[in-house]
Design a protein around this ligand. Structure first.
Ligand code: ADP
Ligand code: MG
Length: 340
């Protein structure tokens, strides 16, 4: 992951992501289908003789690398990434860095993973080979755990690093095998921002814990089937496990439908996924449910679902290019990279 740095200044970019299907499956080694998007975080940097400092255009706080870790909310990401790089014997250069973002922040498009990856690249981390990409994604995932206390899975950091233009990525979170799934040109992916996320951290941690409980009873959810659920007495845990088991199946079915350009079928699977996140996994909101219903009623919209951890954030829709649906049309983008 080390890179000897000869440049005196540079620019790195890391995308955000939208998850097309497969939510709350990554932390039990399941399947996800995220897509890196053409909005992201840019960091410009120049070498300095003083300890590294970061500033962000979201506020006028400046974070020095060896300040108190809690110096600002986003400063915790800077500290966490820098400390983990250091623990891996990565000698970071001293830089003055400016962070700017085209992503809506705190809205479910993973501005946090985008930020972590951009910070790591600006500090000289290298992610060229598949092994390097996985190692850096894992480091940034740990940084997110350290900075927020939220025990997130690997999906966000991995897609931010490994995204591919014109494709979503089917990620098997057990093996970290990544398979590109082409987004056909005759559909558009539309993201609608619904509301800032609330209670996201504690509820997320609760779902991670309940899924772990289910796995103590029936083994890995990734290889379980719905018959195995009979062994679970607690009705809430049973429903959560039902979501995960069926969501893994839906990810595979959705990939097949997209590969066959069967958008009507893909849309139906998205709606099934939304309903399971609403009814079984209990992470949707009334506003998101209403937005999904509204989107589905628009001619040319094949399907829609909440996307991301839930409790606010965004919905994502699959639509004909001519469909008159409001929102942000996102294009599948390549993963994080050095720009200069
Ligand atoms: P999401 O990842 O869905 O956007 P999170 O709550 O996980 O939402 O992450 C949002 C947090 O990430 C912000 O509160 C902020 O601390 C940090 N963040 C993301 N992008 C930036 C940025 N460009 N500048 C400063 N902080 C940022
Ligand atoms: Mg995030």
């Amino acid at each position: 992951m080390n890179e000897s740095r000869t440049l005196t200044q540079g620019k790195v970019w890391a995308p955000g992501r939208v998850n097309l299907i497969g939510d709350h499956t990554d932390y039990t080694g399941g399947l996800v289908l995220p897509m890196a998007i053409d909005l992201g975080t840019t960091i410009t940097w120049q070498l300095t003789n003083t300890p590294s400092r970061f500033s962000s255009d979201v506020d006028d706080v400046v974070v020095a690398l060896y300040d108190e870790p809690q110096s600002s909310h986003w400063g915790r990401y800077v500290h966490a990434v820098a400390q983990l790089l250091e623990q891996r014997r990565h000698k970071s250069p001293q830089i003055l860095a400016t962070i700017s973002s085209t992503l809506p922040i705190g809205s479910g498009l993973s501005s946090s993973a985008s930020l972590e990856v951009a910070i790591a690249l600006s500090l000289g981390a290298h992610a060229g080979t598949r092994d390097e990409i996985i190692a850096l994604a894992q480091l940034c995932q740990q940084a997110e755990h350290a900075a927020t206390g939220v025990p997130c899975g690997i999906m966000d950091q991995l897609i931010v690093l490994a995204g591919q233009s014109k494709h979503a990525l089917l990620i098997d979170c057990s093996t970290l095998e990544m398979t590109p799934v082409r987004i056909p040109a005759d559909v558009k992916i539309v993201v609608q921002f619904i509301a800032p996320r609330t209670l996201a951290g504690s509820a997320y941690a609760d779902r991670v814990a309940q899924c772990a409980r289910a796995q103590e009873i029936i083994g890995p959810l990734r290889s379980a089937n719905t018959t195995d659920l009979e062994a679970i007495d607690d009705p809430t845990v049973k429903k959560y496990a039902l979501h995960v088991i069926t969501e893994n199946e839906r990810v595979q079915e959705f990939c097949s439908a997209m590969t066959d350009c069967d958008f009507a079928q893909a849309g139906l699977i998205m709606v099934d996924s939304h309903n399971s996140l609403r009814d079984n996994f209990a992470v949707s909101t009334d506003q998101m449910n209403a937005a999904v219903l509204e989107a589905r009623a628009i001619p040319g919209v094949y399907g829609a679902r909440m996307t991301g951890g839930g409790f606010g954030g965004c919905i994502v829709a699959l639509a004909d290019p001519d469909a008159k649906i409001d929102g942000l049309i996102v294009e599948a983008s390549n993963g994080a990279r050095l720009l200069e």
